[in-house]
Design a protein around this ligand. Structure first.
Ligand code: PRX
Length: 652
């Protein structure tokens, strides 16, 4: 979003009231807000009773700021709640997943099928020596085995750490080392953009580093030729297929670690956000039921996120499965073989609830209405958005062209750290405004405050903070206990600082304004400026680098890097060098971090204490007049940068 658009946010006068027909059958009731306000702990306790517990908790909440424990003393098994319960209660024949591979191959997995497959996989993990408390790295294409592997880990109490398949060997190694994983589950490859890509070689390269990985379990997805280390590598179909399909799930403490998921912070080192069991499952399943209005017997729910991100964890693998949802899972890209692929799948599976990201919605807008218009989308009854602010134009297009003015839209704000949706309208209750996430959900206490921590009223923007613990909150940063307090709880006393700017408009609707820290949001993916800078300076030609996220009409933000070359390197090499640098970043981090633009400069704007003033660089990257630069150590720098760029442009 441009700064002009941001300053216009909250001036929206269009409001869409819930339809009476929808409201009559909505899962969410207005009384939820009053219940949560009058008895906060009692409210969450009530939601926890929806899960199957082998042993009930002794205490709902132990809050020792900033450390929370929920439902302590309780025991349960995550996978039992997601799968066994449905089979035992007579829902075993319900479809859990309609899987569609990119080439068009399909698989239908009922809850009974999931129980069989997950049990076999759990037995396989046990044979490989994986125990409760161990960490398992999962690096997979978007295929059912990714879900099965996660569920199998949960079943035996091992923490999974899913690493998105687009990350590089370097990033994979760093995450394997940080979590000290002993097993990697991967695949030979997957299908994307009409071709097979390889994953196993990336694992092989990563494992050249020092790790405690003993085995690599490999799903055969593409049947491409795959290098093999017979001492270490095992085919999934050989090991898992010969296992017993019976596995009795053992219950673990409510606070037992369920998974670690790495995400970018403001430093170059990603943070291993970890979540535990009872609170996380309570809040993900509860929010899934009320925000998406799931009617499990009749709905077909499709969350288009990859399992490698928190959205895939909370709103594909855990929340919906606990609720017994029937889901669509699609392996590939939205334009393969044609730009109507997603719409064709909605038509084919009669999808009723679609949860996707603004970047895809904007891409669809660009491709043109003929693609959705050529398919029957009349099964849709609710639309969701997540990952970045959705601009009002995209919101309206989503409503009109995809939803035929017939579906409530839920713009859901949350984070890897929050584990579950925190801010969202409730369908059937909340009147919505295009582009606004409207307000905190019941049981969530959110406040917008200013620099000094003073609470801000309607009509002003500030920082979004959360004031009370919530069941699915992160429990810490893996291996770095202090980083949790420092990053989230030290800026404003007693409040969790989310890193996002926000504003209540004059009507009290909440608008998310994007990150206010050095975290970029590229197509809904979080990438830190420091991570990209560190990748750039690891290149032999680069002496210094500063990276900013500049507004991008399609991807929300695009990565723009300013670099100073090492002495003796001539920037007339121009294009070849920047191409090489972009490839270098992709190799170091992954293709999602490839800079959109690299500008060679002679100086970087720094304060007297040496901090790079990214705000000024963002002005340059977005072609704006440069803002106040009086705090720079050398006030001339911005002039030099702008002039240098002018010269570079005229040389092009
Ligand atoms: O800046 C916010 C943005 O995404 C960040 C969280 O990123 P991640 O942990 O990767 O989780 C993404 C999926 C939950 C937030 O700090 N964000 C997420 N959803 C929204 C959003 N910004 C505005 N509106 C949203 N609905």
């Amino acid at each position: 979003m441009s700064s002009e658009e941001i300053s216009n946010l909250g001036n929206e006068s269009r409001t869409f009231a819930p339809s009476a027909a929808f409201a009559a059958h909505a899962n969410a009731k207005p009384s939820l807000y009053t219940e949560a306000n009058s008895d906060y702990e009692g409210f969450w306790e009530k939601q926890a009773t929806a899960l199957a517990w082998e042993k009930k908790w002794d205490r709902v909440l132990e809050w020792n700021l900033p450390f929370a424990k929920w439902f302590t003393g309780g025991k349960l098994n995550a996978s039992y709640n997601c799968i066994d319960r449905h089979v035992l209660e007579g829902r075993g024949d319900r479809v859990a997943f309609h899987f569609e591979g990119e080439p068009g191959d399909t698989r239908t997995l009922t809850y009974k099928d999931m129980l069989r497959e997950v049990s076999k996989a759990a037995n396989a993990l046990i044979e490989l020596g994986v125990k409760a408390g161990d960490r398992v790295a999962i690096y997979m294409p978007h295929i059912p085995e990714a879900v099965i592997a996660m569920q199998a880990c949960a079943r035996i109490g091992a923490a999974h750490s899913v690493i998105f398949g687009g990350f590089s060997a370097e990033s994979l190694l760093q995450r394997i080392q940080d979590a000290d994983a002993t097993l990697v589950i991967t695949a030979d490859g997957g299908f994307r953009k009409g071709a097979a890509f390889a994953l196993k070689p990336v694992v092989d390269e990563a494992l050249l580093g020092t790790t405690n990985v003993r085995k690599v379990l490999v799903v055969q997805r593409t049947k491409q030729e795959t290098a093999w280390n017979a001492d270490r590598d095992i085919w999934w179909h050989e090991l898992v297929e010969r296992q017993s399909d019976v596995h009795v799930a053992e219950s673990f403490d409510s606070e037992h670690v369920l998974f670690i998921l790495y995400t970018s912070g403001t430093t170059a080192k990603p943070k291993g956000i970890f979540h535990t069991t009872g609170g996380y499952l309570t809040q993900t399943s509860f929010t899934h039921k009320i925000v998406f209005d799931l009617k499990a017997e009749t709905d077909v729910y499709w969350c288009t996120a990859d399992v490698g991100w928190i959205t895939g964890h909370s709103y594909m693998v855990y929340g919906p499965m606990i609720n017994g949802a029937t889901q669509v899972m699609y392996e590939g890209t939205p334009d393969t073989p044609n730009k109507d692929r997603i719409f064709k799948l909605i038509e084919k599976y009669k999808v009723t609830i679609l949860y996707t990201a603004p970047t895809l919605i904007r891409t669809w807008m660009k491709w043109g209405d003929e693609f959705p218009n050529s398919c029957d989308l009349s099964s849709l009854r609710l639309l969701g958005s997540v990952g970045e602010p959705i601009n009002p134009e995209a919101w309206m297009w989503y409503r009109e062209v995809i939803g035929h003015n017939n579906c409530p839209i839920v713009d859901t704000w949350w984070q890897t750290e929050t584990g579950a949706i925190m801010v969202s309208p409730l369908p059937g209750i909340t009147a919505t405004k295009p582009g606004s996430a409207m307000g905190p959900l019941p049981g969530v206490d959110a406040t917008v405050i200013d620099d000094e921590g003073k609470v801000i009223g309607n009509g002003h923007s500030g920082y979004l903070t959360l004031n009370k613990p919530w069941p699915s909150m992160m429990r810490g940063v893996w291996g770095e206990p202090e980083r949790y307090r420092e990053t989230y709880w030290s800026r404003f006393e007693g409040r969790y600082f989310a890193g996002d700017g926000a504003k209540w408009d004059e009507d009290g609707a909440l608008w998310l304004l994007g990150r206010v820290d050095d975290v970029m949001n590229i197509s809904g993916h979080r990438i830190s400026t420091a991570e990209v800078e560190s990748a750039l300076v690891s290149h032999e030609s680069v002496a210094e680098a500063a990276v900013v996220g500049a507004t991008d009409a399609m991807t929300g933000q695009g990565i723009v890097a300013f670099i100073i070359l090492r002495g003796g390197i001539d920037h007339v090499e121009g294009e070849a060098l920047t191409k090489d640098l972009k490839a270098h970043v992709a190799k170091e981090i992954g293709a999602i971090a490839r800079p959109r633009q690299i500008m060679v400069v002679n100086e970087l704007p720094k304060t007297r204490s040496g901090k790079i003033m990214r705000r000024l660089l963002r002005d340059v990257a977005e072609n704006r007049a440069v803002g106040d630069s009086t705090t720079l150590a050398d006030p001339n720098v911005m002039k030099l940068i702008s002039e240098g760029l002018q010269t570079a442009k005229s040389e092009d």
